[in-house]
Design a protein around this ligand. Structure first.
Ligand code: COA
Ligand code: AMP
Length: 632
């Protein structure tokens, strides 16, 4: 069958379609219902089925001829380390880690927070939780203790798994003090911590609370996979929403396993035994799905890369790893290639490596901008595939289905709706728009397997955030259009979520943090285009009456405040003081107009504006501070 027939069947007969896909997995008990609705009216996939994803990813392959195949390659230029683990070695390590968690009292349904750098133990920790039926919640290592504490308080974990340190380029970052700080700030601190002691810097363990990973794993007995329901949560992954509180995206087990396996075949065209490398971090959804679960469920070899695209040691890092480990399919974020292009514009370093093993390059996390696409197609002989997805969906919504047929790539488009997703464009009143017209990108319900069934502990927020605005559809919060050949063009978020170097961040959260400073009366943070990182947050603040400050000092304080409260990855560098923020007469800050002003000269003054001089002042501040189009 060609793509169009497959897609049609997935929409017209979803139960038949996904039953067939689910049957490709080794269930302990097959599902009783393929698609159903729970008591809250939310769609659920594969009710009644029993499985364990650590069994699918490890034991199944060990029992079916892959025990001696490499499952994981750890490549760490920052510590000058390389290690390989076969499927049977990985299974044994995960079984012991699960035994260690069990020893700490972790049981099916308990949450475990994982705060770790890119080391094999991070992946083992996730699989160990899955083995017990415990629900992991991985927090990206670049987030501050405050962010970690917020997630701990929401997930209420039984234990935290961490490492003694991470390594950023050449800087060693001790992790345990960050965890200590988070536990101090938290209302629900777990009692147990499991710590991987690394050579680069060992942590001082607190007796009773902290347990040494190696020591505990060596003395416990291995744990077998615990059967869980298909609808049981595998993990909760927090992502930025429009307000300060992150959203805990819940992932189920059966739908996710089925969808990931399907995606490996249909989108990525990967077969058992082949090497798939995703250069991301296990703290992001891309890492969950395509560093850990999908490659292992598919019986591929995955790579845990602890390094950067550049300066570890140079901009040839990607080409080295591809050639050294015979990577067939590579996946990363466009921003990573912009970093490479900046340092090695002609990709001269590529000549040092034979990368003929590479057959396809996939990018996601942000729009593949046409200049980066052109550059990639000039330096590489392989298809360069943009694909669009979100933490919420867990796997791609729009992609080029290269495992079925490779469609011609259109620059600026992520190609076609993936089977299972009925993607449409609606105007603000919910009416479908014709081809070529830009509006709100939505997916007609039900979402396919693998996508979020709800938000952790907050069904109402789930309903409000995704289902309420357009009844019968999932609201992606991205805007875009579909052309007359069905290609989807994603034009960016329609809410206050921004994308900085492939990292999803909330400007609303930054505003809350800045607003907590004693000198600030009110503020607006907007995402402004940046050559390298896609977008960068910029703040505009109004001081409280009578407050006098040195503006440079205030900026320094606010930048530091954001680093402390959110993390260095927020990348807030510029804050300008203004007398007034542009607002509508009803008091709504005109953030979109501020964003436009950073891009264009002639921005129409909205008719609803309260005081047009406020906009002129923002324009002047941008000019003086070199913000947006005034950069450089
Ligand atoms: N732990 C601690 N700090 C971290 C961190 C981590 N895991 N990740 C990033 N940071 C810090 C950086 O050290 C930097 O700190 P600094 O301001 O003190 O220098 C800050 O956060 C900003 O990081 P980043 O925006 O990542 O910039 P960078 O210059 O370090 O790296 C790229 C730029 C493009 C190489 C990097 O952002 C990248 O690889 N991005 C791809 C993102 C990705 O994979 N997204 C997933 C979707 S596929
Ligand atoms: P995250 O949840 O961190 O994966 O971020 C999801 C958001 O990133 C989406 O809502 C989009 O705004 C953006 N995004 C991800 N992939 C793409 C893409 N290929 N093209 C355009 N935007 C993308």
């Amino acid at each position: 069958m060609g793509y169009r027939e497959i897609h049609r069947e997935s929409i017209e007969a979803p139960e038949r379609f996904w039953r067939r896909e689910a049957e490709k997995l080794d269930w302990f008990e097959p599902p009783q219902e393929i698609l159903s609705q729970d008591e809250k009216g939310f769609y659920r996939w594969f009710k009644g089925g029993k499985l364990n994803i650590s069994h699918l990813a490890l034991d199944y392959h060990c029992d079916n001829g892959r025990a001696d195949q490499t499952a994981v390659i750890y490549d760490s230029p920052v510590t000058d380390t390389q290690q390989k683990f076969t499927y049977s070695e990985l299974r044994d390590r995960v079984a012991r880690a699960a035994g260690a968690l069990r020893e700490l009292g972790v049981e099916k349904g308990d949450r475990v927070v994982i705060y770790m750098p890119m080391i094999p133990e991070a992946l083992e920790a996730m699989l160990a939780c899955a083995r017990l039926g415990a629900i992991h919640s991985v927090v990206f290592g670049g987030f501050s203790p405050n962010e970690l504490a917020i997630r701990i308080d929401d997930a209420k974990p039984k234990a935290i798994i961490t490492a003694s340190c991470g390594v950023e380029f050449t800087r060693v970052i001790p992790y345990l003090p960050l965890v200590d700080e988070a536990l101090k700030r938290s209302q629900h601190p777990p009692e147990k911590t499991l710590v991987v002691q690394r050579e680069q810097e060992k942590a001082e363990l607190k007796p009773g609370r902290d347990h040494d990973w190696d020591e505990l794993c060596s003395r416990v007995s291995p744990a077998d996979p615990v059967p869980v329901d298909a609808t049981d949560p595998l993990y909760v992954l927090y992502t930025s929403g429009t307000t300060g509180k992150p959203k805990g995206v819940v992932r189920d087990t059966g739908g996710y396993a089925t969808a990931l396996n399907f995606s490996m075949e249909t989108i990525y065209d990967l077969h058992p035994g082949e090497v798939f490398w995703t250069a991301s971090d296990v703290g992001w959804v891309v890492g969950h799905s395509y560093i850990v679960y999908a490659p292992l469920i598919r019986g591929c070899t995955t790579i845990v890369y602890e390094g950067k695209p550049v300066r570890t040691p140079d901009a040839g890092a990607f080409w080295r790893v591809i050639s050294e480990h015979q990577v067939k399919t590579f996946f990363t974020a466009p921003t990573a290639f912009r970093a490479v292009k900046k340092e090695d514009p002609e990709a001269k370093l590529m000549a040092n490596y034979d990368i003929s093993c590479l057959k396809k390059l996939f990018v996601a996390g942000e729009r593949l901008d046409p200049p980066t696409y052109e550059w990639l197609t000039q330096i590489l002989d392989v298809p360069v595939i943009d694909h669009w997805w979100q933490t919420e969906t867990g796997w791609p919504i729009v992609a080029n289905p290269t495992g079925v047929e490779l469609f011609p790539v259109k620059s600026g488009s992520a190609s076609l709706p993936v089977p299972g997703y009925n993607v449409m464009v609606l105007d603000d009143s919910g009416q479908p728009l014709p081809a070529g017209e830009q509006g709100n990108l939505v997916v007609k319900l039900p979402l396919p397997p693998g996508c979020l069934p709800t938000l952790w502990g907050d069904d109402e927020r789930f309903r409000r955030s995704y289902l309420e605005r357009f009844p019968g559809y999932y609201d992606t919060s991205d805007g875009g259009y579909i052309d007359d050949e069905g290609y989807v063009f994603i034009m960016g978020r329609v809410d206050d979520v921004i994308n900085v170097a492939g990292h999803r961040l909330s400007t609303g959260e930054m505003e809350e943090v800045i607003g907590s400073h004693s000198a600030i009366a009110e503020c607006a943070v907007v995402g402004i285009h940046d050559e390298m990182k896609g977008e960068l947050p910029v703040g505009f603040v109004v001081l409280k009456d009578g407050v006098e400050v040195d503006e440079a000092e205030l900026e320094k304080d606010l930048v530091q405040l954001i680093r402390n409260e959110i993390g260095a990855i927020a990348c807030l560098k510029q804050v300008a003081v203004v007398q007034k923020l542009p607002k509508t007469r009803s008091g709504k800050i005109l953030r979109k107009t501020i964003r436009q002003l950073a891009k264009e000269d002639d921005v129409p003054v909205p008719s609803t504006i309260d005081d047009p001089t406020s906009l002129e002042e923002i324009g002047r501040a941008m000019e003086v501070r070199g913000i947006g189009r005034h950069t450089g």
